[in-house]
Design a protein around this ligand. Structure first.
Ligand code: NAP
Length: 302
């Protein structure tokens, strides 16, 4: 049975289009309305038959929606919430999928009208690809979706959104937005920055050519390039909107890197061995938790 009669997706890139696909495939809502900033992306979504109604103006698709989800970069949610605020259906739920949560609440909360439940959400699932063509219906299967409800959100609305994400395949965790931003700073935002930095450093080297970097990339470098190929707008916004938590994790990381640097400089093999043993166990735990496949070389043939 459908969880909602109509859902409205504002933004139909990787995440929005994956939601549209799974909702349609598993009949989680009866009607899917889609908005995107550009006519080109909207046409792409329509050609893929992702929804029932399409409009570049988000105001036009939210009217009678029971659930509205903002699936745009984090930096524009306040502007969009302000625009649609007067058009939301009383009793509906408004949510998002942004990779940061405190800033989303700060931007959107002032525009949420009485009688509408605001429940920010973050499906911790994704790829380095962008746009409607790259979405897929199984993206959220067995991945965590973190809900960070604001204080006055009703328990029944939280339960309904939980049902929705479970129907999409996710496991649900509820936590406060500050805690979410700290966890994601270390598990997602910092690795992303490190990847951008490694790839940038390799690109800047003078004694090793770019073609050599590319030729010998199977030595580990190419695994960083996957992250570093992610959408620049999305990641710029994540850095700007989770500044404090990212700076805190970067400071910790820099200290630990200095310790590792010292161990290499002083040929302290025991320290290096202990560290590498500890980190190997973390990967084992991620595989055991079903968040990674237990196949060498990420399942590649070469
Ligand atoms: P995406 O594939 O790049 O799609 C972005 C969508 O937002 C497109 O419909 C785009 O419209 C629209 N958009 C872009 N800039 C806009 C603006 N200034 N005003 C209004 N609309 C705008 O992005 P995505 O990967 O789906 O990410 C969307 C959200 O999901 C982000 O907040 C991100 O933090 C979060 N998230 C991403 C991942 C991931 O791995 N990608 C994982 C979890 C959460 P046009 O194409 O028409 O311009």
């Amino acid at each position: 049975m459908a969880v909602f009669n109509k859902i409205a997706l504002i933004g139909v890139g990787l995440i929005g289009s994956s939601i549209a696909r799974v909702v349609r495939e598993r009949s989680i809502a009866n009607i899917i309305a889609i908005s995107s900033r550009s006519q080109q992306t909207l046409d792409e979504a329509q050609a893929l038959d992702l929804g029932d109604d399409y409009d570049t103006d988000p105001v036009k698709i939210v009217n009678d929606a029971d659930l509205v989800i903002l699936c745009t970069p984090v930096g524009v949610v306040g502007k969009i919430a302000k625009a649609i605020s007067g058009h939301l259906k009383p009793g509906s739920i408004i949510s998002d999928v942004g990779s940061v949560k405190v800033s989303i609440i700060e931007q959107m909360l002032p525009h949420i009208p009485d009688g509408v439940d605001f429940i920010p959400a973050h499906p911790v699932a994704g790829t380095e690809k962008s746009g409607p063509s790259h979405g897929f219906s199984t993206l959220f299967d067995n991945r965590w979706c973190i809900l960070t409800p604001v204080q006055n959100a009703s328990d029944s609305a939280v339960a309904t959104l939980k049902d929705f994400w479970q129907a999409c395949g996710s496991n649900i965790e509820i936590m406060d937005a500050e805690h979410h931003d700290k966890i994601l700073a270390i598990t997602s935002h910092l690795p992303q920055l490190i990847a951008y930095n490694i790839v940038g450093t390799a690109d800047d080297l003078e004694t090793i050519t770019n073609s050599e970097v590319i030729k010998y990339s199977a030595g580990g470098f190419r695994d960083s390039t996957r992250l570093a190929a992610s959408d620049p707008t999305m990641w710029r916004d994540v850095c700007l909107h989770n500044k404090e938590a990212i700076l805190e994790m970067l400071a910790r990381f820099s200290e630990d890197l200095s310790a590792m640097q010292r161990a290499v400089r002083w040929a302290d093999g025991d320290t290096l061995f202990d560290m590498f043993t500890r980190t190997r166990n973390i990967r084992r735990q991620i595989i055991d938790a079903g968040q990674e496949i237990d196949v060498s070389n990420f399942g590649r043939d070469d």
